[in-house]
Design a protein around this ligand. Structure first.
Ligand SMILES: [Zn+2]
Length: 482
């Protein structure tokens, strides 16, 4: 079935048709972190959204080349390097390592390429050179290079493809040095920033004098190097639409490396903002969370991932601690159902037979179809979760009625595994119980065998305090998360 996505370029939901004529390879570029601090939960919403797009494309059978840049030089980083008096590489390495650790905690698939801005200075200089050569960029007396919006438009370039801009208000030839600015301040933007005293050691030689790249040009240079001058999908938070992505289009299409009639990017996807407890996240309001802050409160990566995946990517999402609790409860319900299905599947087909033909497993195996139908429609994640929890209800009903045999349970689990290759929230049964909990369970069993019931009770209490309940089943004791 066709996969349809909302393309910011056309402002419509469009069928996804890859640039690759064979319809198999897909290039996906996600704007990555600026490694000057720990990423916050709003950033993580976008990265988890990127992971959902990647996983779903792979689920659909595409071979995805996923690129995510690491911005390891920019205004904010240089300020911090100056404050902390640490070398640039040392400063950014720490936050980059933390970023990849967090990415793993949230069970995001690692991008195939994670290029660094500082590792691509020659490509960046070559692209700026091309723009200068084409008359679209100019050097200022102090040795910076700016992109001329006027020249770009005069040559037929369209500035304002993602956002509507009022060119009557725009003052021609005015320049903006900062990487981030509002739509109303749209002006010629910096491709290369001449070295200033405040930059310290952070500069590279260039044909225009020593300096460093602007933020926008790095994404153009690295995406086109790794995915070609015209590729499928470019993704980021909606705050990147302007100026970052608009400037990327201008630079990349201004360099005219694309085959005739081909855009720099075919589909632009933007994830909406995240509020925390109903308000814009801010340190002064006390609602600013990094992933680590939430882990310190006792939540797990999969619970946080589960919550971040709850709302449609184009809707503003209100992230709350109560929501995290709900995500925990939902996942426990799911885990409980999966572990029961695993037990029935492990028993094989001989022990139980469903009572009649109506108890076939078709309804459970239909999970993947319903799930796919929802996600095909611009990643309708609510519909996808709806299919999952309907499946859980149905599986639980059949389990309670003893109306599932081994192969049916195994088929239901196989359907779940396919779906979880996209959601990435399933806890494999074997790692669900930490070793220290298993050791306590063992000790409790040993105490019972030795008829030391007070010790057995104490161990049961200890397990409960750690959040695990003992269940005595015909197959022996096991633990379950409270
Ligand atoms: Zn970018």
């Amino acid at each position: 079935m066709a996969f349809r996505l909302f393309n910011t370029l056309s402002r419509t939901v469009q069928e996804f048709v890859p640039v690759d004529g064979a319809g198999r390879n897909v290039g996906l570029y996600c704007c990555g972190p600026t490694v000057y601090d720990f990423a916050h939960i709003g950033n993580w919403r976008t990265f988890v959204f990127g992971d959902l797009v990647r996983r779903y494309l792979e689920f659909k059978g595409y071979r995805v080349n996923h690129v995510m840049n690491i911005t390891d030089v920019d205004d904010k980083i240089i300020d911090r390097v100056r404050e902390t008096k640490s070398p640039l590489g040392e400063f950014t390495a720490r936050f980059e390592a933390a970023f990849f650790e967090d990415l793993k905690t949230l069970n995001c698939r690692l991008p195939h390429h994670t290029p660094h801005a500082t590792g691509h200075i020659p490509e960046i200089l070559a692209l700026i050179g091309k723009l200068v050569e084409r008359g679209l960029a100019y050097r200022t007396p102090e040795g910076s290079v700016y992109f001329s919006i006027e020249k770009y438009r005069a040559g037929g370039g369209q500035y304002g493809q993602l956002v509507k801009l009022n060119f009557d208000q725009m003052r021609v030839g005015e320049r903006v040095a900062n990487d981030e600015y509002a739509k109303e301040a749209a002006a010629d933007f910096a491709l290369w920033k001449a070295r200033t005293a405040g930059d310290g050691e952070v500069s590279w030689p260039s044909p225009w004098g020593p300096g460093r790249p602007g933020w926008h040009i790095e994404c153009s240079a690295m995406s086109m190097k790794l995915l070609g001058p015209s590729f499928d999908l470019h993704l980021g938070g909606e705050d990147l639409m302007f100026p970052h992505h608009e400037d990327e289009i201008a630079q990349s299409e201004g360099a005219a490396l694309q085959p005739p009639g081909q855009p720099f990017v075919k589909y632009w996807l933007h994830g909406a903002h995240l509020l925390v407890e109903g308000k814009k996240m801010s340190k002064s309001l006390g609602n600013f969370f990094t992933l680590r802050d939430l882990l310190a409160k006792g939540f797990t990566g999969r619970e946080i991932r589960g919550l971040l995946l709850r709302a449609h990517y184009r809707e503003t999402f209100n992230f709350t601690l109560d929501g995290l609790q709900d995500a925990r409860v939902s996942l426990l319900r799911l885990d409980d159902c999966l572990s029961k299905l695993r037990e029935v599947a492990a028993q094989g087909s001989a022990t139980q037979q469903p009572p009649g033909p109506a108890a076939g497993s078709e309804a459970l195996a239909a999970l993947t179809e319903q799930f796919t139908a929802a996600l095909d429609e611009d990643l309708n994640i609510s519909g996808a979760w709806g299919a999952v929890f309907e499946w859980v209800r149905e599986a639980n009903r059949r389990l309670a009625e003893n109306a599932l045999n081994g192969p049916q349970a195994a088929a239901a689990l196989a359907a779940w595994d396919k779906v979880d290759a996209v959601l990435g929230v399933g806890a494999p049964a074997e790692i669900a119980v930490p070793p220290e909990i298993n050791a306590l369970l063992e000790a409790r069993q040993a105490a019972r065998r030795a008829k030391d019931f007070s010790r057995a009770d104490a161990l049961r209490g200890e397990l409960k305090a750690k959040g695990w309940l003992i269940e005595d089943t015909p197959k022996g004791a096991r633990v379950k998360r409270v």
